[in-house]
Design a protein around this ligand. Sequence first.
Ligand code: GAL
Length: 433
Amino acid sequence: MTRMFALLALMPLGLIAGAPVWAAPAAPANAADSATELNVLHWWTSTSERAAADHVAARMAELGLRWVDGAVAGGGGGPAIKVLNERTLRGMAPKVAQLNGQATIEWAEMGLLLELDSVAKRRQWSRTMFPQVMAQLNVREHVVAAPLGIHRINNLYLNKAVFRRLKIELPTSWAGLASAAAALRAAGVTPVAFSDEPWQVATVFETLLLSEAGPALYRRMVEQRDPQAFNDPSVERAFQRLRDWRNLSGGAGERPWTSLVADFAAGHKAMLIMGDWARGELGTLGLEGGRDFACQAVPGSAGVHQFSIDTLAMLAGNYSAQAEQEKMAELLGSATLQLGYNRIKGSVPVRRDVPVDELDLCAQQSYQLFANPATARVPSLVHRMAFDEVGKNAFIETVHRFALDPKQTPAAAQRKLQGLLRALGPKSVKPTP
Ligand code: GAL
């Protein structure tokens, strides 16, 4: 909260008062052009992400809306959020921004987001969307973002052609993975695709934490932020697994996630733990889930859906684009857009009422699992479903330092994480105004 006030204090007065925040686009060709333009700030820059964004842009064009692209490279969105902060502080906020989960809450709490209640009501979002999706869109009883897709994080991908060629059985357990890794190595194939980019390291780690701790304890750690929960031995084991997994990658350094996917697709690396945006990218490389690669849960997390939900928020500014922003939000939630977009992106629809039989087997699995009320669905920390931006970044740094420092023991890393959680304090319960 304090940080938000600090941010507010830094904002130009006009912004707080609702004065124009978006610098007028340079000399629009005519009034109609500027009226229908929506600047969208996001971090979808890989081939599949780009194609998914272009799909939305094309559907918008049919409605007379122009998507003006503001892509900021950097998987996981760290740089994009920084740019959004910077632009907003300078009074140049975009009209639309990719803001997920806790980040959405932070921006809504500052009063910067357009409330989309009328769209949600008209389109009966509370009936058609999954309740977990609605929970991400709601801040103080108002809908403040439009949902795009549900990603699953705890995926283990196996390149079937490599396993087939080397006659290695597809592993499903940690022991099986270890022996498969040994066989792959013996055959000259690097077992694991891994990157030292901080957000990627932490994404792998959170799947391992889930695997070791199980969904109930993971929730206590990530959702309730109970520092006691971080005393559990599963945390140390998760750090050890991270080290072992990274050691199977041949230490390729900081690489964008797209190059890991490319290596995996080419069969240079046989196994990959990654959110299912990787599946979207594999699709653009001609590989189909189920047929060319197996998509399993990270061992120990089968049946659990560790999710991250992509949403676009509308920056209110002086409300001059409200009609267009509402039109766009309505489009994003529609069944047709949901199917078209998610098929490309690798995520699955946010609606309960769309047929998913045309999606690949991995997507169907993810969708059915998420839809099943009996499933344990747990939020991704790294992808903003549980911690705010600063806390999330501190978590990522702690995990990243461990990964890059072979002298740091898993027990020491656990102590650092405990210390961090104690310092961050309990999850704040925001007072209602
Ligand atoms: C996530 C985002 C996904 C995907 C990924 C890689 O944070 O939710 O849509 O783009 O980053 O950039």
